[in-house]
Design a protein around this ligand. Sequence first.
Ligand code: FAD
Length: 400
Amino acid sequence: MKKHYDAIIVGGGAAGLMCAWQAGLLGQRVVVLERSKKIGRKILMSGGGRCNFTNLYVEPENFVCPNPHFVKSALSQYTAWDFIGSVQAHGIAYHERDHGQLFCDDKARDIVNMLRSECDSVDVDIVLQCNIDEIKHDAINQSYAIRTNQGTVTSNAVVMATGGLSIPYMDPTPFGYEIAKQFSLNVLPVRASLVPYTFTGQLKDMFARLSGNAVPAEIKAGRNSFREALLFTHRGLSGPVVLQISNYWQQSDPIHIDLLPDVAMSDFLHNAKRDQPKNLARTVIAQLMPKSMVLEFETLWWPDFQDRPLADWSNAQIERVGNLFNNWEIVPAGTEGYRTAEVTLGGVDTDELSSKTMEAKNQQGLYFIGEVVDVTGHLGGFNFQWAWSSAYACAHSLAT
Ligand SMILES: Cc1cc2nc3c(=O)[nH]c(=O)nc-3n(C[C@H](O)[C@H](O)[C@H](O)COP(=O)(O)OP(=O)(O)OC[C@H]3O[C@@H](n4cnc5c(N)ncnc54)[C@H](O)[C@@H]3O)c2cc1C
């Protein structure tokens, strides 16, 4: 490690490596300080080992941020197609899955190797196992001094790319938030997101019995809704639809689940009563979903009518059960937390940063990029796109 650089990037994950590469391309002498033994560890574990590196349909609406306009500038400076261009230039084979999600054909390591070789090609220094003791700012010289276990390094620009708090065994740190506070930037409360729900009591037992079953479903929380696969687990509910809605859910809020979003269940049951009055509800509903699920809902919702033919069902009873299938209100006990969460919601307040450059408005030369910022993408490659785009915007500012 040299003693002075044009820019010091703290964190060798998706955003930090991208920023280093792009700043290096623009002639900046850059160092990446990474506290763990390896770079890009979250990339390696992402997308089930195949890294969902971006999405074909990136829109500002795919990001959760109190300031909905904040993401626009960075996303337009560096688009999904820019990243796809690099992936293609490196000969990395990829494929599209549902909803425009792009994954490597082979392994996520291809993306880390690409970032590493691009950083090498522009002489980025990467320092591993680097523990930072403090970051000091010299207001007179407008420079920063970072004291580490491997010596002190100075620069006029520091980029915090320290990510969020998910996956505790990777030893994530709140260092980015602490530095923001040290320089008087507001940090919004953080919580685990893109995360499964947990339940207690009767629902937990029921979901455990159904674990492994998946159905297409729609879930609403407040004014937001998603329609994707719902998965029953030993501790509660998961699957893409649950992860998506978790971005919009607050502890103690109810969620509304439509277990059969293509079927108006009251109408279906009224018709079944008319056409097959001798049938049991479970028999007709089993045409629409796995029988194991129907049996569980039967015990939960119409235990007294389990063995009564539809002819015995009142209109009110049909409406009640139909409405439960299409609009089942339940309150999760909580989430699986950072242990399994894909992202951290909250973080450095976007009001404190320039949306064009990611530089702190009131602290020249201090930048925040990637997940440490209070921008959270939907599931589907949007979080990596935010890392690439925010890093690129920052890199261009470093070079001016
Ligand atoms: C299991 C899982 C799967 C995921 N799959 C996807 C996916 O397929 N698609 C998608 O878009 N997103 C996915 N994500 C989210 C995505 O990984 C993150 O949003 C993205 O990595 C954020 O990039 P980042 O550079 O901001 O943070 P990170 O990639 O987390 O990098 C932060 C880096 O900073 C380092 N660091 C932290 N503190 C310090 C410190 N004090 N000093 C020095 N270094 C430090 C860390 O060691 C780390 O290397 C997934 C996340 C998880 C957990």
